[in-house]
Design a protein around this ligand. Structure first.
Ligand SMILES: C[S@@+](CC[C@H](N)C(=O)[O-])C[C@H]1O[C@@H](n2cnc3c(N)ncnc32)[C@H](O)[C@@H]1O
Length: 213
């Protein structure tokens, strides 16, 4: 049995399982596995999902935060309405989208999750660079939006810019790990950055110091 055959079987297994359980995408299982291990979706919490279409992660996030939690999702594509979840069509690279999302959230988020993918060009280094760009925007959004102690989960395509990017993430979070959930296709170079223990907005410290003078 070839490696490729096994990968296809795995892909099909999660595809069928998602269909059977009424999840909008196979990706749902990746978030479930991440949350089972790292506990990033607190009951009653507020979650912002970047790159949320068609909505598999939104479904899992809503289930995990429960009826008192809040889930908002944004994507370039239209997201079919989902009960108990607020969605928005827009580009997270645009300031107006960031502002609208923050307005909908109406306060700080406990968790920011991003499964954003660039359009795949087929060139490994181009796709990596675009993925890092999307992740930088997810990190900026998280820095502006998370409550202190909050979590950030993001998909990144591996490559040579990853080390520098992780250094940047570590500046804002006390725990940063790389994780590949079982449901992730082993063929792809995708991996998830799990960052917990947000240290607070970068300028909060300076503002506090000024207050204490
Ligand atoms: C792999 S899909 C997400 C699947 C989703 N997590 C689910 O479970 O259904 C990646 C998404 O990222 C979105 N995306 C890429 N760039 C974006 C951007 N700049 N702003 C918002 N969404 C973006 C794409 O439109 C695409 O729908």
């Amino acid at each position: 049995m070839g490696k490729r055959w096994l990968k296809e079987r795995k892909r099909e297994y999660y595809y069928r399982k998602a269909k059977k359980m009424d999840y909008r995408s196979r990706a749902s299982f990746k978030l479930m596995q991440i949350d089972d291990k790292f506990k990033v979706l607190p009951r009653g919490g507020a979650v912002a999902d970047l790159g949320a279409a068609p909505g598999g992660w939104l479904q899992v996030a809503k289930e995990r935060v429960g009826p008192n939690g809040k889930v908002v999702g944004v994507d370039l594509q239209r997201i079919e309405p989902l009960k108990g979840v607020v969605t928005l069509q827009g580009d997270i690279l645009r300031e107006e989208t960031v502002e609208s999302l923050q307005e909908i959230l109406g306060g700080k988020a406990d968790t920011v999750i991003s499964d954003m993918s660039p359009n795949i060009s087929g060139s490994y280094s181009t796709d990596h660079a675009r993925s890092v760009e999307l992740c930088s925007h997810a990190l900026d959004f998280a820095r502006k939006t998370l409550r202190t102690g909050g979590s950030l989960v993001m998909k990144i395509f591996e490559g040579d810019m990853m080390g520098d990017f992780l250094t940047e993430v570590r500046k804002s979070f006390s725990m940063v790990k790389l994780h590949s959930p079982k449901a992730s296709r082993s063929r792809s170079s995708e991996i998830y950055i799990i960052a917990k223990g947000f240290r607070g907005e970068p300028d909060t410290g300076a503002a506090k110091a000024a207050d204490e003078e």
